[in-house]
Write a protein that binds this ligand. Structure first.
Ligand SMILES: [Zn+2]
Length: 243
């Protein structure tokens, strides 16, 4: 057994919380339909490796927005369109999003037995996807934000995420997430932005666990668009659900 992604979420035996690695192959064919058969095989093998039926997965066609859909058994085996976040309270329904450098955000409400998963790059963070996911959990399942546990990452760290003024100005509300380097460039810590947004919508600081793994630093383990600039985007799949 591998170490859990997050110690906090790993403490719940029924909760599955995973992220594929480079060794499992790319999990997105969005930019290259010719890869579709290979991606399906990679996806099925990864699910089998963590003892899950790939047929029970609900995926989404990600749009770098902040739309979060509530799903149940009927959506198993489908991909929800124009959506970057999913929530469910149905067991054996495994939410899946693909991530390269964007952050996976894993949500679990142990009181309501509800889970959520979001794909959060800077565009989705700017549009407030952490709060949108919490709101869906509240609206659909009666979740209280103070009960929600969240795991942030792995994803690109401030060591590799340099931003220009166009991106920086959109995150002006989070000065603590920026560092100015000696050469004058500006680095943004997306994980810190996500944590600040979560806290602002009622998630307790002690319920937020952030992975220190930077996808661009750890080239053996993760795909990274910013590092590799591949002609065709390669990505991992993040998954959460209740057995
Ligand atoms: Zn890095």
């Amino acid at each position: 057994m591998e170490d859990p992604l997050f110690a906090s979420l790993g403490a719940f035996p029924r909760l599955v919380c995973g992220l594929s690695a480079r060794q499992h192959g790319t999990m997105t064919a969005a930019a290259d339909p010719a890869r579709k058969a290979q991606v399906i095989q990679n996806f099925q093998r990864y699910f089998a490796s963590i003892d899950l039926a790939a047929a029970n997965a609900v995926r989404c066609k990600q749009a770098h927005g902040a739309t979060v859909a509530a799903v149940a058994a009927a959506q198993r085996g489908t991909a929800v369109r124009d959506t970057d976040g999913l929530v469910t309270a149905t067991p054996q329904t495994f939410l899946a999003v693909t991530v390269g450098d964007c952050l996976p955000l894993y949500f679990y409400d142990p009181k309501r037995q509800a889970v959520g998963l979001a794909h959060a790059g800077w565009r989705s963070l700017q549009q407030g996807i952490p709060a949108a996911t919490v709101r869906q959990l509240q609206d659909q399942y009666g979740t209280s934000p103070s009960d929600v546990l969240v795991g942030i990452g792995p994803g690109i760290g401030p060591c590799h995420f340099l931003v220009g003024p166009d991106v920086a100005e959109r995150f002006a509300a989070f000065p603590a997430a920026f560092t100015r380097r000696a050469d004058g460039t500006l680095a943004l810590d997306l994980k810190a932005v996500a944590a600040l947004q979560l806290h602002a919508c009622g998630v307790r600081r002690e319920h937020i666990e952030t992975s220190s793994d930077c996808t661009a630093c750890l080239s053996e383990r993760y795909f990274s668009y910013r590092r590799d600039r591949p002609a065709v985007v390669e990505a991992m799949v993040a998954v959460i659900g209740l057995r």
